[in-house]
Design a protein around this ligand. Structure first.
Ligand SMILES: N[C@@H](CCC(=O)N[C@@H](CS)C(=O)NCC(=O)O)C(=O)O
Length: 203
């Protein structure tokens, strides 16, 4: 098995944080997305949508989508459970995964592609799309802040895959993309400090 990784990207980082929380070591190979290595025919065969990470199994099966890769490892190594236990908690984890993806990662990604000089060569940027998605990202951060007012972690009392996904998203947004949360989102700030202090955050 091999995990195709890119150290600077938020989606591969989700998987690395998840694996670190599980204590699982997986052989990794860096694929340089800046040189478009991931868009060469051999990689498009592994993942037609072109994104990294990709997990290639020994039988040649390729699993892409960061959360799908995490789910695969959850099945193989159920402890500690990071996708929730029991019908209710599993559904809550899934709900927050979707909320983080749709309300935070998507708008941050749109600001990245429509508003950042590093992506200007890749598409025809629409500055209004970047501006509109800054507002959506601010709403996404607020959604998490409100949830964290009552909960230690995003999906409740226990650390879950949602925290790994949200941490990678937050750091990408607040860092490279330049879309940090508002200073008054104090619950989000406390959560960020706590999850960043976990050893997995350095993965
Ligand atoms: N939804 C996918 C997104 C994968 C993705 O877009 N990865 C980025 C790196 S963070 C990438 O490979 N970008 C370069 C490209 O798409 O060419 C996932 O969760 O894995």
């Amino acid at each position: 098995m091999i995990l195709y990784d890119y150290p600077g990207g938020p989606n591969p980082r989700r998987v690395r944080i998840f694996l670190a929380e599980k204590g699982i070591a997986v052989p990794m190979e860096t694929v340089d997305i800046m040189t478009r290595r991931n868009r060469q025919p051999d990689f498009l065969e592994k993942n037609p949508t072109g994104g990294i990470p990709i997990l290639e199994l020994d039988d040649g099966t390729c699993i892409s989508e960061s959360v799908a890769i995490c789910r695969y490892f959850e099945e193989l190594h159920p402890e500690p459970p990071l996708f929730g236990t029991g019908a209710k908690q599993r559904a809550i984890v899934e709900m927050w995964l979707r909320r983080v993806e749709l309300n935070l990662m998507v708008p941050i990604g749109m600001v990245w592609v429509h508003g950042h000089p590093l992506t200007a060569k890749l598409i025809r940027q629409i500055p209004e799309a970047a501006a509109q998605n800054r507002v959506r990202a601010a709403m996404g951060y607020k959604l998490l802040n409100d949830q964290l007012a009552e909960n230690e972690f995003i999906a409740g009392d226990a650390y879950s895959v949602v925290d790994a996904v949200a941490l990678a998203t937050y750091d990408f947004g607040a860092g490279l993309v330049g879309v940090p949360p508002e200073d008054d989102l104090t619950h989000l700030a406390c959560w960020h400090a706590a999850v960043s202090a976990r050893p997995s955050a350095t993965a």
